[in-house]
Every structure is written in structure tokens, then in C-alpha cells.
Design a protein around this ligand. Sequence first.
Ligand code: PEP
Length: 260
Amino acid sequence: MGRRLIAANWKMHGNREFTRRLLADLTAELTRPGACLDNGVEVAIMPPSLLLADCRRGLEKSSLALHGLTLFLGVQNLARWSEGAYTGEISAAMAADQGCRFAIIGHSERRQLMGEDDQAISEKVAQCLASGLKPILCVGETLQEREDGQAFSRVTAQLQQALTQVNPDQWQQVVIAYEPVWAIGTGVSASAEDAQAVHRHIRVTLAALGAPAQEMAVIYGGSVKPETAKQLFAQPDIDGGLIGGASLDANSFASICRAC
Ligand code: PEP
């Protein structure tokens, strides 16, 4: 088991009022007596980038710090370049300047809808690491690939291609999110046993790449709900979750954090 992390991917949801309310409700949920949040668990919120400043102010004003809790911020994507004439893009350094600690890289929605390829993903991982951000690298197979018995080989290829630019002293900053494409936003999670098998395979692959695989966080994403979280997080190689839909509800997200 590596470091534990629960990360909220709001995707393209929310506005300033939603942010204010969600953070207030989440603070109340996480700080109520008996909330039992294990302080070995890191929690990160990835809102749309336009809401980062509101999120940061909301967290600063909250009573989380008084309870010894820190919620980190992150972005859902960033540019493959460091700076320049790239209209509409946001650099890793800009995200770090906004107080971000994490960045989701290579989410399947970006691979499928925005045509992101492995070369771009590898460059984005390198940009994150150069700016002190922790990349949450998403890998996972489609339903067709799973049915064809290619889940492991797909994940291996994605890891090999995305991690070519990681230096030996940067491995501990890298988080891997196993997100089977067929489980994202469908309400159908991978079973704890199937997810565990792929997570084990991810650690074996990371070790073969020279990474300290046992010390790295490998988290699961794909329709995690409060009811399924406990069983998933009880697996020896599942260190937490990347949470989409359920992160938009303070109650559900706090329950998932507690399950970790
Ligand atoms: C995601 O988008 O990363 C995700 C896991 O979404 P959901 O939890 O809604 O399946």
C-alpha cells in the first residue's frame, strides 16, 4: 500500500455559488464530531480552473485548518508547453502559482474527446514534475479491450508511454489512477477483485520501470460511491480514489473520504 489520496474531479460542473456551498457543506461534514477522517489520507479538489481562486479562498476561510485538515487543490488538465503563444492553455507553473498541488493528466475524456495522445500526456507529466505538481496519471482500458483480454496490456502500454520523462528522484510525486473507461460515469464500478488485480499489475509495471512502486499512490476511479468505497479501499493495492459524480455532493464525498 502506498500513500493514500482521495481526489475530486468536478469535470465541467459548478459555478461560484456552487463552490461556496459545496465547500461549506464539505467542511461541516468533515469536521463534525466523530467524522473520523484519518489524517494519513490526502484529499484534493479539482474544480474547473476558473473556480480555483474561489475554491482557494473558500478553503482558507474554512475551519478545516483548526481541525488539522488540509484540502489540496488541483487542475483537471494543463498544457504540454511551459509558456508561450498557446491561446486558451494553462501552464503547470500557472497552476502551481494558484496554489495547486495536483493535476489530472490523461483522463479518458481528454484522450477520447480532445484527441490527447501518449506523447502529449508524457510531456504534460514532465511539465507537472518540473513545476512541483503531482501528476495524477489516468490509465485504463475500454470495454472492448477488457472483453478482448487486453486490460493489462493496455494499461502497461499507457504507463510505459506516459512515464518516459520521469527522473529517478521524481517517482514519489507521481500518482497513478486506474480508471477503466467503461466504469467512468456509468454507475458500474469495477469489482474490488478486478480492480485489485489491475492495481497489482500497475505496481509490477511501475517496478519494472524502476519506480519505488510500493511507496507510490495507485488510486481507483470509475463510479465510486459511498456504498462501494469501503470494499474497494480495503484492497491491498488500492490507495484511494479519483471521484467524479460523487464528488459533487458533500455528503457522498465526505463518506468516501472517511471510507479511506
Ligand atoms: C472520473 O471522471 O474521473 C470519474 C471517476 O468519474 P465517476 O466517478 O463519475 O465515474
